[in-house]
Design a protein around this ligand. Structure first.
Ligand code: ADP
Length: 485
């Protein structure tokens, strides 16, 4: 069971206008532990009316928050960052309990998530405008950058803290106020973050958390309400497209971090051990439930068998179990639906001739545990070639030439992360430039950091999070033309 040092971090109420609140009709839903199905908490199941109130609270808090200096806002955010780190252990326990990832990974995510608050607290001080040489002797041109206003964020369950902080960090630093709807599977981390923001001195109404399992209703309000000027979403491509359509009615700015179908290419000249280590990190982290997880391992003919054998050895050593216990490396999947999808994809591949090199079944632990799996002999006809697996399954495709690898890698509507392993410097450049992706890991399997721009091309999304670019999505330009000088 979950043990927190500070039990006040476990909240069972939503947070609107600085008040911990229930749903108007008192409705609640259960938050469960995917490792054993036990109930961790019951949180408010809110609807459109509560969402409107949260939006109104954010609008009311906006003038005072945006009027503060960037340095004043940064001081509050800095405090929030420090409190998150001081409570790293508790936040990690909450996260593992509601999300399932191994405790060590949860601790890592808390630090990673906090880093976005720190980064943007600093970056907020550097939102520079322009003075542009004018087109007339009697005129002067100035460009101001202003906070866009009330921002809505809808976040997924796979990174319950980091997907919130990389939106809240830049939004609040820029002077925006926010309404966040966390995923129904992982609201507890969001509420704990709000509790810490309150302690850090964030004024009421600046950050609001609406918990719900009626995502379509709350999402409908967030995307239709004219007071909301921007929607930032991380989740599936299907829901992202729906929200983008809904936002068209009020012409909101949108930032979308959607699905991926990451190729992980291993060329004959790769450092084999490094490629195996990178594949392990990229594929099996969070039980394969990240949008940048290697989804297709494309391996060149000459190194295919050696790579498959070494990867199988490493995968065979993975320790699977409940994330809160001991030195587990792979936890359960988020829910039954996720396991069912993985089963279907594996069955489809095997039915079309793929071979199970290891795993390939539900884990003996039962529940939503699935064995770390490798499939060999995978072809473009199988569903795993096109669909995001979101589970601990590594499908190995074989290719012969560099051109073939690039064509295979790009043969998808997605374009988030890609990885490749090679030593030849000319090849490194050619392949890096040939990949139609927003992020390319070269001889590297872990690419996420607050200092670099994270985001996709094609149907993987719009906008970038993190880095100096991440704050741009939360400001509008205003051009002043001063005449009669
Ligand atoms: P995943 O497959 O990662 O669960 P989703 O896109 O379903 O991806 O979920 C990401 C977020 O989108 C979650 O917070 C979820 O509640 C929310 N969501 C799901 N459906 C809708 C919808 N119709 N409108 C708004 N938000 C939604």
């Amino acid at each position: 069971m979950m043990q927190l040092k500070d039990s006040a971090l476990l909240r069972e109420l939503a947070y609107i206008d600085g008040v911990w609140a229930g749903a108007d009709d008192g409705a609640r839903f259960e938050v469960t532990n995917p490792a054993d199905g036990s109930v961790l908490a019951r949180v408010p199941d809110m609807g459109a009316a509560e969402t409107r109130r949260a939006i109104d609270a954010a609008a009311a808090a906006l003038p005072a928050w945006r009027a503060r200096t960037a340095k004043e806002r940064a001081a509050v955010l800095r405090k929030w960052f420090e409190l998150i780190l001081e409570n790293q252990d508790d936040l990690a326990v909450l996260m593992t309990a509601e999300q399932g990832k191994p405790l060590a990974e949860a601790r890592g995510e808390v630090a990673y998530g906090a880093a976005f608050i720190e980064w943007f607290a600093e970056e907020g001080k550097r939102i520079y405008g322009d003075v542009i040489p004018s087109h007339g002797a009697d005129k002067r041109i100035v460009v101001l950058k202003e906070p866009i206003g009330v921002v809505a964020a809808i976040t997924p369950w796979n990174f319950p803290i980091a997907m919130i902080t990389r939106k809240a960090g830049p939004a609040l630093a820029a002077g925006c106020t926010m309404v966040i709807k966390p995923a129904e599977d992982t609201p507890l981390c969001a509420l704990a973050l709000a509790a810490l923001a309150e302690r850090a001195g964030l004024p009421k109404g600046v950050l609001n958390i609406v918990t719900t399992r009626r995502a379509a209703e709350v999402g409908g309000e967030l995307s239709a309400n004219p007071t909301v000027r921007k929607l930032s979403f991380t989740g599936s491509t299907e829901v992202g497209k729906l929200l983008m359509r809904q936002c068209a009615g009020t012409v909101k700015k949108v930032s979308l971090e959607l699905g991926g179908n990451a190729p992980f290419i291993v060329f004959d000249d790769a450092d084999l051990d490094a490629a195996v280590a990178g594949a392990m990190a990229s594929k099996y982290r969070n039980a394969g439930q990240t949008c940048v997880c290697a989804n297709r391992l494309l391996v060149q003919d000459g190194i295919y068998d050696a790579f498959a054998a070494k990867l199988a050895e490493a995968v065979g050593r993975l320790r699977v179990g409940p994330g809160l216990s001991g030195d587990v490396e792979q936890g359960p999947l988020i829910n039954e639906e996720a396991v069912a999808k993985v089963e279907t994809l594996v069955a489809d591949a095997v039915g079309k001739g793929a071979r199970v090199a290891c795993g390939g079944r539900r884990h003996a632990l039962g529940g939503t545990f699935y064995e770390p799996t490798i499939l060999t002999g995978v072809t473009a006809q199988m569903r795993v070639a096109r669909e995001e697996i979101f589970g601990p399954v590594a499908p190995l495709f074989r290719f012969h030439t560099e051109a073939e690898a690039i064509a295979l890698a790009n043969a998808t509507e997605f374009g988030l992360a890609a990885y490749f392993y090679a030593k030849d410097i000319a090849r490194v450049w050619r392949v890096a430039e040939g990949l139609e992706y927003g992020i390319v890991g070269i001889n590297e399997g872990i690419i996420s950091t607050e200092v670099a721009p994270f985001g996709g091309v094609k149907e993987s999304g719009i906008g970038r999070e993190g880095s100096k670019y991440g704050i741009e999505d939360y400001v509008e330009m205003k051009y002043l033309c001063l005449g009669g000088i």
